[in-house]
Ligand binder design. Sequence first.
Ligand code: ZN
Length: 408
Amino acid sequence: MKYHDLSIQTQREAPNNARTEGFSFLVRAGYLTRENVPTQLGEYAINHLGELAKQHDESLFSHLSLPTITNDTEIFFPIKSGSVEVIHCPACKYAERLELARFAKSALPREEQLPLEKVLTPDCNTIESLANFLGVPKEKTAKALMCTRLSDNRFVFVVVRGDMQMSEAKLKKLVGDVRPATAEEISKSGAAAGYASPVGLKDVLIVVDDLIPQSQNLVAGANETGYHLKNTNYERDYQAEIVADLVQTQEGDGCPNCGKPFSVLSCINLSSTSFTNLATRREFHFENILLALAENYHDDKGLTLPKSAAPFDVYLMHIPGKEMDTHAKAEEIYNSLQSAGISVLFDDRDERAGVKFNDADLIGCPIRVTVGEKNLKEGMVELKLRSEKSSRQVSVIEIKSALGLDIL
Ligand SMILES: [Zn+2]
């Protein structure tokens, strides 16, 4: 491919909207516009990644030498501009989206079940006001959330411990899409907003967090405005159709597998997999993979893509000569390399050497081959690895075999 064919436009300055160095260098090297849209060069690189994905499928990321965070269905790359929050345990490698992450849950000490007691609790329609008024810790209360399932309009009554937050994503996974219940739906169910519990309710889908059956004597709503019930106990006072993990993990929680503290990382999603009885469907997000590569592989001059990931093996350039036609010689080498199956980006512009060297560093092909008058007089060209400072001369005749050698 020739430089002009891809209409490559490099930039001297980093874009001022760059949140990461990887993005900045993709814009400066002409893979992306400042608006994060792939250019022709970007599309070319993305297509190349698509070809690699066909060849390597599930081993794509190890082929690209890209460090990732994985679970059964998704592959993530941590980057500060990422919009997906992922829980990661460095000890056992547990990883999951924050809203779906499990965590080490601990039940309160077991107690003898005490008899139900209805108590007057005026103006206590929040967990905070209730806990304050009765002088009990929030974890000794039951928090109620009421919604309506979209698919069949069924009233869904959710109970979690008062010190925890329900995860909508976890609820959705269990029962399907829901919306908040209306005041009318709440009163029709027999519940009272702000003073609700599943005690005495009929014909509602009750879903409780798995800590609720392990918690005795919780304060819960009496389904009567201004009143609560002390000492509600799961099973004795109400039962649920679904008991499952329903709550959102919080700062300071431990890993569900090993108990060690986990970290929350901002990530981008590189791949998602869905499983059906018939097939495994793996989807790659190539624009994100390109960003991850740029983030992982750059120095202060530009991209440093490894051979396994670079869209071109070689950046070939000529330095316009005074006596010799270096362009024609470079063109000859270009054709010869291409026919040998080596992928080449040929910078055929009549620009100064310095400009081209800068662009070669920005674009980040693993090898640079420079055709200049001085070397050419001795039948040589200059060969430089992007990863090294020094260059060496190889003879024009031997260039193919030099590139064929495992020099990377
Ligand atoms: Zn762990």
